[in-house]
Design a protein around this ligand. Structure first.
Ligand SMILES: [Zn+2]
Ligand SMILES: [Zn+2]
Length: 74
């Protein structure tokens, strides 16, 4: 039984500009207080940092808000 092994860092597949392909990105512990919404991800292949989530979410909001006048309150 390996009950004490916990993987803290979460990973996700993202397109890395440096690697010019899809690679695995890892989210480091956030120091800026973003919590689980931290947009900082690091490519596990080349170590390049990228910000994801926020800009993508905004585009998504713009798309969805195209017809309605809903305001996203931060
Ligand atoms: Zn952060
Ligand atoms: Zn990379």
């Amino acid at each position: 039984m390996q009950s004490s092994i916990v993987t803290v860092a979460s990973t996700t597949k993202l397109g890395c500009r440096n690697c010019a392909r899809w690679t695995e990105f890892e989210q480091p512990p956030c120091r800026d207080g973003h919590g689980p919404d931290c947009p900082e991800w690091y490519c596990t292949e080349c170590g390049a940092a990228t910000l994801v989530g926020w800009s993508m979410d905004r585009r998504e909001l713009h798309r969805r808000a195209g017809g309605s006048r809903n305001r996203a309150v931060a």
